[in-house]
Design a protein around this ligand. Structure first.
Ligand code: TXA
Ligand code: MG
Length: 319
């Protein structure tokens, strides 16, 4: 039997036995384990090669289910959950004691969300347990947006990949919490800041590069492909590196025509949602190509463009 399929009962049974299953969400694929089973959660860290100081997001079927694991007494955050769940929003909330400390790396807050994918929602309803699920990629690498991405890197290490097709958002969830009485964004993601501000007013960005981050998605180098990646003006960069084979990531008009440049256009129509869907797919395609380096331009700094630029900058900082 293939490791990838759509057998929900099989996926549910494996999870209830403490095994790992990759699950589709609207953002990226997650590597899921029973969040209440410490041994299963430990395996998630091992399979991803993820440091134990980097806590996991838990996923539940509904806001009501989430209330069994986190304290929703913070009114504006409850409002956000009511507005955007199921959806690409993760909330940091005081954790209730049923959640084992390994899930939150010993922190008092738990990251929690209701994902917007029909298969995974059905699965969560069947298992009646919260699922701890980081993105289903080796630590620090680009998140998977298709079952084949998971299969390629982790297929030999996990029991099942639930095939929910391509992710419809393509960027990880936006992480929001409360600090010093202010609503803060810790990771830019699939829910635009502007949308959140419509509900709770002005929010603060705390997404700084750091060696001791609140959310390790804040690590300066993260979401990184293997090839060197440089962000800047495409024409200048292509001149500077004209002796190399280049992959150029652009948005809208294609500015380069040269035999040693392969162009990957995130969205010819300049649609930021389309660009988000294509970003991780392209980074993986380029890693598998014969390009020596990746050059890319920044996108408009609005809506999902902010999250995409953030990923590009972090991908660039590795080199
Ligand atoms: O869209 C997503 O969020 C995907 C899908 C699978 O839900 N998940 C995801 O998980 O991106 P992961 O583990 O790759 O990224 C979660 C981020 C990490 O940067 C982690 O440090 C942060 O959330 N995080 C998790 N729990 C936290 C906590 N209790 N306090 C602070 N940060 C936390
Ligand atoms: Mg991740």
């Amino acid at each position: 039997m293939s490791i990838t399929g759509t057998d929900l009962s099989l996926a549910a049974n494996l999870l209830l036995q403490g095994k790992l299953v990759a699950i589709p969400t609207e953002t990226v694929y997650g590597l899921a384990a029973n969040a209440l089973d410490e041994k299963a959660v430990l395996t998630v860290f091992e399979v991803k090669d993820r440091p134990f100081f980097d806590p996991l997001i838990i996923h539940t079927y509904s806001l009501d289910a989430a209330k069994e694991y986190a304290d929703f007494g913070i009114e504006p955050l409850l409002k956000l959950a009511n507005t955007f769940w199921p959806g690409p929003l993760t909330l940091l909330l005081p954790k209730l004691s049923v959640i084992p400390p390994i899930v939150t790396s010993g922190l008092n807050q738990v990251a929690i969300r209701v994902p917007d994918h029909p298969l995974t929602l059905q699965l969560l309803k069947m298992v009646k347990i919260p699922l701890a699920a980081p993105s289903a990629n080796p630590f620090g690498y680009v998140s998977p947006t298709q079952p084949a991405h998971v299969e390629k890197q982790l297929g030999h290490k996990i029991d099942y990949i639930l095939d929910g097709g391509n992710c419809s958002v393509g960027l990880e969830s936006t992480i929001v919490g409360l600090e010093d009485g202010k609503i803060c964004v810790y990771r830019l993601g699939g829910l635009a800041v502007e949308e959140i501000e419509k509900i709770v007013g002005k929010i603060e960005l705390r997404i700084n590069n750091s060696s001791n981050p609140k959310a390790p998605g804040q690590l300066k180098s993260h979401y990184a492909p293997k090839k060197p990646l440089i962000v800047g003006d495409l024409k200048q960069l292509s001149q500077l590196h004209k002796d190399k084979k280049m992959a150029a990531i652009c948005f809208g008009d294609e500015k380069l025509k040269s035999p040693n440049v392969t162009v990957y256009n995130l969205s010819v129509a300049k649609n930021l949602q389309e660009a988000a869907i294509n970003l991780f797919k392209y980074l993986r395609l380029i890693d598998d190509s014969d390009a020596d380096i990746v050059i890319c331009e920044e996108l408009p700094a609005t809506g999902l463009g902010l999250a995409i630029n953030d990923r590009l900058r972090r991908a660039a900082s590795k080199h």
